[in-house]
Design a protein around this ligand. Structure first.
Ligand SMILES: Cc1ncc(COP(=O)(O)O)c(C=O)c1O
Length: 434
């Protein structure tokens, strides 16, 4: 997500190309087929809604896991709770054999309450209270240490609780600029092992790194090569301690990223290039590799750089890839201002950021279905103009009372929701996971 989650400055997305009409049509058609089901949910449960499809979540998780199990001998999976913190999401995935990746005491407590038995706790600036909670639950939590100082603070909390903490150390995957707030430089790994060996209540057993927004496995495999070099430089006693390498999350869903043309918001201001009423802006697309390609390249890199030196488990922390397609927004048109502007009962506080000023997600009019895309400002009801769902919809006209579906809003939306002016939508859970 733009500037809101971890990202690397070097991680500039490839240049977008035009999104093919056929791809878009297939996406819209797939959801329109289920129109009656969604309309009946709206009629029973009202509007606006978040709709979670548990069966979709489970099938995504299975496919992710299946891909990596095929290419790596020993793997573990940790759902990144930050990507969707609805308890039913993590709860469903725990039921499917996933552990949970948490980044705060709040998330840790939620994972514990859901019965997670295998939790990794990563992130910078962990507080004493957060470390205490981890120490109190040491049998269920592995702490991914973020700094030299943090190692000492973990040891203190563990000692106070009579606990031994299983830990890994996070290696920063970008030594410059903002990205270096995460973890320690890989060159410091040897020194970190010596440092950690001085703490009697911390057992350093693994390494972690994470890079965001991977459209292909290139950044991950390049870092695995660097990890291989770092391992080669460690004394064999330290190398022998390593039981896991956690390669983080950041796998982009296979549909790629769909975007508006750059500067689209400027075109809503007076000026030469102003958006015409009824204009459908073009749609851009940045492709992403299928997860099987990530798995196979990462498997090759691990066999080349890691396994000749150590026999370890590979841990993965997917968020977006697993939950993106499993949750949708549904809302209703309340008001219409002429042909080119409608206002819905939900505001974008429901997703917590101005996502749709850059990202394109098709809006489907379930009440007047159609495969034709029509230009129209579809806006929320907050008292700010920066409350945009989109610049078009699929359907045969749009007006008050129409029920609109905005599919695939499962990642970095629900977790960022905020009570601002309008109440938050209710959650409806559908889909038997088996
Ligand atoms: C340490 C860590 N692991 C996993 C994730 C999940 O990333 P994604 O949702 O892109 O898979 C994040 C996201 O920022 C992260 O910071």
């Amino acid at each position: 997500m733009d500037g809101m989650m971890e990202n690397e400055s070097s991680n500039i997305l490839p240049r977008p190309s035009l999104l093919e009409a056929g791809v878009l049509e297939e996406h819209v058609r797939g959801f329109l087929k289920r129109r009656d089901e969604f309309l009946s949910i709206a009629s029973d449960r009202g509007s606006p809604l978040y709709i979670l499809e548990r069966d979709v979540l489970v099938s995504r998780a299975r496919r992710f896991r299946g891909a990596f199990e095929k290419s790596l001998p020993r793997t573990s999976y940790y759902f990144a709770m930050k990507s969707n913190n609805l308890p039913a999401v993590a709860g469903t995935l725990i039921g499917g054999g996933f552990g949970i990746d948490v980044s705060s005491g709040l998330e840790l407590q939620a994972a514990l309450d859901l019965g997670a038995r295998d939790i990794v706790f990563s992130g910078p600036g962990k507080t004493s209270a957060e470390l205490r909670l981890a120490a109190e639950n040491a049998g269920r939590v592995t702490i991914l240490i973020d700094s030299f100082d943090e190692a000492g603070r973990i040891d203190e909390e563990a000692r106070a609780n009579g606990a031994i903490i299983r830990a890994g150390v996070r290696l920063t995957s970008g030594e410059h600029g903002l990205w270096r707030k995460f973890g320690i430089p890989i060159e410091e790994l040897g020194r970190f092992f010596r440092h950690a060996s001085g703490f009697g209540n911390v057992r350093l057993r693994g390494l972690q790194f994470h890079s965001s927004w991977n459209m292909d496995p290139g950044k991950q495999t390049a870092f695995i090569a660097r990890v291989g070099e770092a391992l080669a430089g460690l004394p064999s006693a330290d190398r022998g301690l390593i039981e896991f390498i956690d390669i983080g999350g950041g796998y982009w869903p296979p549909q790629g990223e769909w975007l508006h043309p750059p500067g689209i918001m400027d075109r809503l201001e007076p000026g030469e290039n102003r958006m015409a009423q009824g204009e459908v802006p073009d749609h851009r697309w940045v492709g992403a590799a299928p997860i099987e390609e990530f798995a196979s390249s990462i498997g090759d890199a691990a066999r080349r750089h890691i396994f000749p030196q150590i026999d370890c488990r590979i841990c993965l922390e997917p968020g977006r890839w697993v939950c993106n397609d499993a949750m949708h927004m549904l809302f209703t048109v309340i008001d219409r201002k002429g042909d080119g502007l409608v206002i819905t009962d939900a505001g974008t506080n429901a997703i917590g950021w101005e996502r749709f000023e850059t990202d394109y997600f098709p809006i489907l009019n379930l009440s007047r279905p159609g495969l034709t895309e029509r230009g129209c400002l579809v806006l929320g009801s907050l008292c700010t103009p920066h409350d945009v769902w989109g610049f078009s919809y699929f359907g045969e006209g749009v007006g008050p009372g129409d029920v609109l579906l905005l599919p695939c809003q499962g990642a970095y939306t629900y977790s960022l929701r905020q009570q601002f002016i309008k109440p938050l939508p209710a959650v409806v859970i559908i889909g038997d996971p088996d």
